[in-house]
Design a protein around this ligand. Structure first.
Ligand code: FES
Length: 156
């Protein structure tokens, strides 16, 4: 059975209390909030700023400095297609095109149902196995466009 979602304010308060409202724990606090929402909502950042008594600009500067943080809503599943040179010459663009077609979004986008976010990366160090697609941290190598349907099926 699903539990009732805690109001947003309460969630942020819980995270702040967990870190004893320590300003030095700002990155960890933002990580916990992102884990709750899959991104960093503006409202939550405002509450962090007030809760830690630090300027909102400081919270935003940390949130935008680290690539791991997202200020836009993201999907439940994060898809990364490697477009590094080795993957590119082995057909990564065709794989990306097929994923875009199937999901109805472009790279950088999130599906309307917030199920998938599609991103591209440049070389993840597994060139010999390219093209590489990474979903939620799981690597799939030697991807072909006609394998995309089956791959996505595993991430509903
Ligand atoms: S270019 Fe894709 S893993 Fe290196």
């Amino acid at each position: 059975m699903k539990t009732k979602t805690k109001p947003a304010k309460q969630k942020v308060k819980t995270v702040l209390d967990r870190h004893q409202r320590d300003r030095g724990m700002l990155v960890a606090i933002l990580q916990d909030i992102q884990a709750e929402y899959n991104y960093l909502p503006k409202k939550a950042l405002t509450e962090v700023s007030q809760g830690l008594d630090i300027p909102l600009t400081q919270v935003y500067s940390v949130a935008s400095f680290f690539k791991a943080f997202s200020l836009k809503p993201r999907g439940r599943h994060i898809i990364n297609v490697c477009l590094g040179t080795a993957c590119h010459v082995r057909g990564a663009v065709r794989v990306l095109d097929e994923i875009e077609r199937r999901l109805g979004i472009k790279a950088g986008g999130t599906t309307k149902d917030h199920r998938y976010t599609l991103e591209t990366v440049n070389c993840v160090g597994a060139c010999a196995l390219g093209p590489i697609v990474i979903i939620d941290g799981n690597y799939s190598g030697e991807m072909k466009a006609d394998g995309v349907k089956a791959l996505l099926k595993g991430y509903k």
